[in-house]
Structure formats: C-alpha cells, structure tokens
Write a protein that binds this ligand. Structure first.
Ligand code: ZN
Ligand code: ZN
Length: 87
C-alpha cells in the first residue's frame, strides 16, 4: 500500500505498525492503535521505531493519549487493559 507515512509524512510504500506489540498486538488491532509508517520510520536504524527506544516511547505516549480520549478511559483503565502506562 502506498500513502503518507504517519510519522514523517513522506509518500511511498507503507508498513503497518502495531503500536503496542507482543502480548498487546491483538489489543492494538482491536482498538485501532496501529500506524502506517515508511520503512525508515518503521524498521531501519537509527530512527526506525523498532531500533529507536525514544521514538517508540513517543509513539506509545501519543497512542495512549488518543485511546484514553477516544474511549473515555482514565490512566488506570488503560493500565487495566494494556498492563502499564506510557505517560
Ligand atoms: Zn516515515
Ligand atoms: Zn512495527
């Protein structure tokens, strides 16, 4: 799929990234906490989120805030569902 990267805005081929992976991958899907990223922002050093802990955390903070706002959750409710808070 082609489009604009959700992080850098560049147009090109996109990769789907689950913002909360591992055990929370299916929850990310359920609640729409996924983004479309270009390969550089997704899975390429030094800035790709799978290589850059700071960028990964920034994305998780952003997604947690979005989810809390969209679903009317407080922080405790987010933790109940996802296991921890990233704020
Ligand atoms: Zn990008
Ligand atoms: Zn990913």
């Amino acid at each position: 799929m082609k489009g604009n990267c959700d992080l850098c805005g560049k147009y090109g081929y996109l990769e789907l990234h689950h913002i909360f992976g591992g055990a929370n991958r299916s929850l990310s899907e359920k609640y729409g906490l996924v983004v479309n990223l270009c390969h550089e922002c997704h899975n390429e050093p030094p800035d790709g989120v799978h290589f850059n802990a700071e960028n990964m955390l920034a994305l998780r903070k952003w997604a947690q805030k979005q989810a809390m706002e969209n679903y009317g959750w407080d922080e405790a409710e987010f933790i109940r569902i996802f296991g921890r808070s990233y704020l």
